[in-house]
Design a protein around this ligand. Sequence first.
Ligand code: HEM
Length: 204
Amino acid sequence: MIIAATDTTSTALTWFTWLVSKHPIVENKIIEELESKIPVSETKRRRLFNVDEVKNLVYLHGALYEALRLYPPVPFNHKEPLKPDMLPSGHPVHPKTKVLFSVYSMGRMKSIWGEDCYEFKPERWINERGEIKHEPSYKFLSFGSGPRKCLGKETSFIQIKAVASALIYNYRIHVMEETPIIPAVSVVLHTKHGLMTRISKRWE
Ligand code: HEM
């Protein structure tokens, strides 16, 4: 729980916070969705959101999945076959061979996500009926795929959603860009220099 859950969720929230601060239109749409789906009285502006309240937030889901696609907290992974196998490319794989794959790169491939693959676009995850658009786990690999995929996927996502709602709804977050916001080369995709921010209350 401690190893698998701590750095992954905090890293996901860090990249999400940075991406939202760079995309004010997305930030406004998240607030609009919170206000329309979870109405709040004028006198009680500041608030926290519970699991049931955030469950059906479609736009926020899309924004968080976009952050996880562009900045997967576990940026690479490896697998090895139990018996001799062949990759779709025609390359044979021996049971003792580890196949390393970059989840980070796969989230940014035009052949997988289309021409706009570098764009932070929550709408990518919303279908024409306004519902969450599901993608196969072998395409969106941020939580892995198959029998050993992340056990904490649902738990972590709902936690992240509740924290992200409270952060964006209650505070204006201005990212200080004195140091570049770039990924660190590591097993978990931390921001190399952290994320320095100036935070103010949104409702005063
Ligand atoms: C944003 C948050 C998280 C991300 C991106 C993430 C990602 C991953 C990935 C990529 C794997 C490897 C899957 C594979 O090899 O196919 C994994 C495994 C795992 N995760 Fe997570 N994880 C997150 C949060 C959590 C949390 C909160 C927990 C626990 C409550 C957790 C528990 C586990 C466990 C136990 C495994 C090993 C599963 C196995 O080997 O059978 N994860 N996670």
